[in-house]
Design a protein. Structure first.
Ligand code: GLY
Length: 371
């Protein structure tokens, strides 16, 4: 049994997101319904070792001519050099526009393979097969693809929607506990943005998902994808409502950057959790959100083992408030230098606050423990 959700918007072909168990072994039939041409699976070395054989066997049974192309695991692969290498391989394989790319992996693989597919021959089809919780609930849906540059993350990219997303809950069983928790932060974020009952389920009965309970994970992924696809369908290019999905990200990105994007210190999901906690507390500071709502939001994040205070992060006390605000103002979501934040009037009631006062925010971050 699986659940199929459809993502549709005015600017792209509708596509299905399938969420369920045992889906990798059925991938070949799904891919064969999209192409009878050749298939290139792009994966990283770790994921390819774990799941490559199942995927390749399934594509083989479906009679598809397939190659696998691996990249080194880790954010460093989201680079111009790796993008060039991937595109060069696709050219060497003489892929044409009837052929298809399969992105098998987490956010790094999805972002890089998606961008390569967007650029190759001005765009070929690709499907996302996300193998991390974070990729299943966030990066694989919505068509954002990108690489990093030394000046910042995700600064070069394209909107290129996949033709299909296959989210197999079983693959989450191979994730390290910390990585699963980090993905859970994006799940909790969806509740905080626009679905209070979902958040209360995640913080209560569904909390076992954060430690790997497959039934809770499946329900959490389905609801997250529903939320994300509705928002993406309304606002693919982030002209409005899609920005709400960045709750916790402007604070979080600035912290990640100040800590040198060192995943051993702070993972992306942990940064998002801490960022959400800060966004709620700052909303209360601005009299936009009741203290009781802040307490519930923060308690739900903390109960999942996610950081909610700067003091929980190694080196957090050394982060300078002014440096954080400079980064936040330089965030690509900032418009014309105006500092924009996603804040909340309560759980499930996120809103976009433009023209944030940098001085007041700097002072506030000192109360959060920045120097
Ligand atoms: N990760 C936020 C978005 O896709 O819009």
């Amino acid at each position: 049994m699986s659940t199929i959700l459809t993502v549709s918007g005015s600017g792209f072909l509708p596509y299905e997101v399938e969420v369920g168990r045992g889906l990798l072994a059925e991938l070949g039939a799904q891919v064969a319904s999209l192409t009878r041409g050749r298939v290139v699976v792009i994966s990283d070395e770790t994921v390819a070792a774990l799941h490559g054989p199942t995927v390749l066997a399934s594509l083989d049974v479906a009679g598809l001519r397939t190659r696998i192309l691996t990249i080194p695991p880790g954010e460093a692969s989201k680079s111009f050099a790796e993008l060039e290498r991937v595109i060069d391989r696709l050219l060497a394989y003489e892929l044409d526009r009837k052929d298809l790319v399969v992105a098998l992996g987490g956010g790094v693989v999805g972002d890089l393979a998606g961008l390569a597919a967007a650029l190759y021959m001005r765009g070929i089809d690709f499907i996302q097969v996300p193998t991390t919780l974070l990729a299943q609930v966030d990066s694989s849906v919505g068509g954002k693809t990108a690489i990093d540059t030394p000046r910042g993350k995700n600064l070069v990219g394209a909107f290129h929607q996949p033709r299909r997303v296959t989210a197999d809950i079983d693959v989450l069983a191979t994730l390290p506990a910390r990585q699963l928790r980090s993905g859970w932060a994006e799940v909790l974020k969806h509740g905080l943005v626009c679905d209070a009952p979902f958040f209360s389920w995640l913080a209560g009965e569904g909390a076992s998902g954060a430690t790997g309970d497959p039934a809770a994970l499946e329900r959490a992924v389905i609801r997250s994808v529903e939320i994300k696809s509705t928002i993406v369908g309304e606002d693919e290019r982030e002209a409005g409502r899609r920005a709400l999905l960045n709750l916790g990200h402007t604070f979080g990105h600035a912290l990640e950057a100040e800590l040198g994007f060192d995943e051993t210190v702070l993972t992306h999901g942990e940064a998002v959790a801490l960022g959400c906690a800060m966004a709620f507390r700052y909303s209360a500071e601005l009299n936009q959100c009741a203290a009781a709502e802040v307490d519930l939001a923060v308690a739900g994040l903390a109960a999942a083992g996610l950081p909610v205070r700067l003091s929980e992060i190694a080196g957090g006390e050394k982060v300078a408030a002014e440096a954080l605000v400079r980064r936040m103002a330089g965030d690509k979501k900032a418009e014309g230098g105006r500092l924009t934040l996603i804040l909340a009037r309560g759980i499930g009631q996120a809103f976009v606050e433009r023209d944030v006062d940098a001085g007041r925010l700097t002072e506030y971050l000192r109360t959060e423990g920045a120097r």
